[in-house]
Write a protein that binds this ligand. Structure first.
Ligand SMILES: Nc1nc2c(c(=O)[nH]1)N[C@H]1C(S)=C(S)[C@@H](COP(=O)(O)O)O[C@H]1N2
Ligand SMILES: [Mo]
Length: 294
């Protein structure tokens, strides 16, 4: 099935442009853009750092395991099943989801729940545009994301260390937010396997674990998905997982973070509310108690 990029509705495009500027930390200019520039995400980490310090537990629990073991993953051919409460369910190719002329650059902070952080120059397409094209039905309230299940190529899936496949979820408005990206590349190269080739989610205001890698299924649903980490340890990992320096993990503080590559004396940094994207996303959580809905 082909996704039509011809009947693009104007609104997501306007929002996308705004998000690119926010993502790049450039000063806002021109019409339909916010008066205030978003927080500067900082200097990107090196390609070496971004591809050799990873969490991709399907390939092992050590930070260098994904770089060492993910070479065995075959990512061509690849298809993503998009289904559930949409008008045009089907199996979509990468070219359908992220045609070259729709791919954008986004420099985003990534803040891991383990209290380290990086800055990553991604390429990808806003999820909102993809969802608009498959026709989200009014009954849909949440989006569930599923990673590949292929134990032959993913060594940790041959053990019962986690309840595979890896599953994550977003509320529909979070999924539709212009900052939410389906990434297909970094540093202008196709996504390395250890970073979630060939297509992964990136939600920059949430802890890194929300950004599920190597996606094979996206499902629109009216029920709040139960994510892998939430199912495993609900007292430690909530559904929302918004970066929040004021709400500690039960076993450690979330007030500060260790920037990867800053060196031994680079020092810790204060963690920012919503990872620095509060101006863009705080309105999504107005009236919610984020200590309860963590
Ligand atoms: N399928 C899958 N996706 C995953 C993970 C994982 O173990 N499996 N780890 C998550 C965590 S905890 C983080 S911090 C980010 C890390 O992304 P990166 O390695 O590209 O920096 O991926 C997330 N996505
Ligand atoms: Mo993480």
């Amino acid at each position: 099935m082909k996704l039509s990029w011809n009947d693009v509705t104007p609104e997501p495009l306007v929002l996308n442009r705004r998000a690119v500027i926010a993502g790049l930390g450039l000063a806002a200019a021109g019409p339909a853009l916010p008066a205030r520039a978003a927080v500067d995400p900082g200097k990107p980490n090196s390609f070496e750092e971004i591809t050799n310090y990873n969490n991709f537990y399907e390939f092992g629990f050590g930070k260098t395991d994904p770089a060492e073991n993910a070479g065995a993953l075959t990512t061509d051919p690849w298809a993503v099943d998009i289904g559930g409460m949409i008008d045009r369910p089907g199996s979509y190719s990468l070219a359908d989801i992220a045609p070259a002329n729709a791919v954008e650059d986004r420099i985003y902070r990534l803040r891991c729940v383990e209290a380290w952080s990086m800055v990553i120059p991604w390429q990808g397409v806003p999820l909102a545009g993809v969802l608009a094209r498959v026709g989200v039905q009014p009954s849909a309230k949440f989006v569930e994301f599923q990673t590949l299940l292929r134990p032959e190529e993913m060594p940790e899936q041959r053990r019962r260390s986690l309840d595979w496949p890896y599953v994550e979820g977003l509320r529909l408005d979070e999924a539709m937010h212009p900052l939410t990206l389906l990434a297909t590349g970094l540093y202008g190269k196709p996504l390395p396997n250890q970073n979630g080739a060939p297509i992964r989610l990136v939600v920059p205001w949430k802890y890194g674990f929300k950004s599920a890698k190597s996606l094979v299924r996206i499902t629109l649903t009216d029920r709040q998905p139960v994510s892998t980490w939430q199912a495993m340890q609900p007292s430690e990992y909530g559904f929302y997982a918004n970066v929040n320096p004021g709400v500690d993990h039960p076993r450690w503080s979330q007030a500060t973070e260790r920037p990867i590559g800053a060196g031994l004396f680079g020092g810790r940094k204060e963690t920012l509310m919503f990872n620095g994207y509060a101006d863009e996303v705080a309105h999504l959580y107005a009236g919610m108690d984020l200590a309860r809905d963590y």
